[in-house]
Design a protein around this ligand. Sequence first.
Ligand code: GLA
Length: 384
Amino acid sequence: MKQTTEQLFAINFAGEPAHYAFAPGRIEFIGNHTDYNGGLVMGAAVTEGITVAVSLRDDDRIQIVSDAGDLVEIRLGNYTPLEGSNSWTNYPIGVTKVMTDAGMQTPTGYNMAVTSTLPAGAGMSSSAAFELATARALAALYGFETDTAGFARIGRKAENEFVGMPCGILDQGVSAFGKADHLVKINCATETFAVEPMPSGAHFWIFNSNKKHALVDSAYADRFRECHEALAQLQLKHPDAKTLSCICPEQLEAVKDELDPLLYRRAAHIVGENARVREVETALAENDLRAVGEVLNTSHESSRVNFENSIEELDTLVDLLKLQANVFGARLTGGGFGGAVMALTDSEFGQVHADVIAAAFEAKHNLKPSIFHTRAGDGAQLLS
Ligand code: GLA
C-alpha cells in the first residue's frame, strides 16, 4: 500500500502541512511537436497526478522528500541543477527559482513531501505535474499571485531554463487548464487556452511500451534544432513566416525540391499536425469519432515516417490497436522515442481486449506493456 502525502509528510517533518496542491499528468491528443513551433495542439489532463504538501521552516533550508526517493536538502537561494539520483528535485527547485526571480519573497525555507499516482516513464508528463503542483503550493505558502496561464508559464520556464529541456507549453498548459471530461486546446503562437467537451462514449486507454530509450532528451533537442533549421530554409522563400506553423501544406509542397530531404520531412510533420488538429476539431464538432480516429492514425504514421520519433514497439502497439473494432484510432502521445501510445476507444473496449493486445505485444517484443484506462480530469489546484 502506497503512503499518502499526509503520511509521508508526517514521517519526515514536524508539524502539519500548511497547504496541499495537486496537478495532473496529461495525454497529448493531437498536435505532435507543434507547441515549440508556434502551432496548435489538443490534450487532456488525466485523473492521475502529483500531490505535494508544504510547510514553512524557520531556517534557510529547503527539504524535499518523495515517495520514490531520499530526502534532499538545498540551501535557500542556492539554486543550481543537480545531476544523478537527486536530479528529480530540479523540477521543484527550478520552479522555486523562477518564482523567486519573478518577485516571490522567501524569508525562510520550506518542507515538501511529494507523492505520485502517475505511472513512471509513461510519457504522461509527471515533470509538468510536479512543476504545477509545486507552483500552486508555493504561491499559497509565500503569498505569490498569478493566473492559470501564469502558473503554466512558470512551469515551462523552469523546464526550459533550469532543467534544460526545450519543451513548448503543451504539458504545463494542459496540466494547468485541464477540466474533467474536456479537452484542452492551445494556440501556442498566442498562448491562448480553451476547453471543449470530450464526446460522450469516447475513452482513453494508455499502452506504455515500457521501452526505455536512453537518449530521449537529446533526440528531442535534435528535433527542436531540425525544426528551426527547416524554418530557416523555408524563410528564404517565405521571410514573413515566424514559425513552421505559419507555413501551409501547399507552400511546403511548392518548395519541396529545394529543401534538404530530412528537413522537408520534419517540416511536413509539423505542417501536417497543425492541419490535423483542425480536422479533429471539425470531426469532434460533428461527433464523428471514426473520423477523429482516422486522423489519430495518420498522425502516428507521420511520426513514424516524417518525424522519426516513433520506435518499433510503439508501431506494434498502434498496429495491434488498429485491428480492434472498438478502437477509433491510436497514436504515440508526447515526445516519442519510447513512452506510450494513446488509444481512443468506444465504451465497449475493455480489459479483455487490452489483455489480447498486451499478449501479442509481449510475444513480439518480450516486454510487458503497462496498460490503464483513464479519463479527462481537472487541472492543477490548491487542495487546502
Ligand atoms: C513533450 C514536450 C512537449 C511537446 C511534446 C510533443 O511532451 O514536453 O512540450 O513538445 O513532447 O508534442
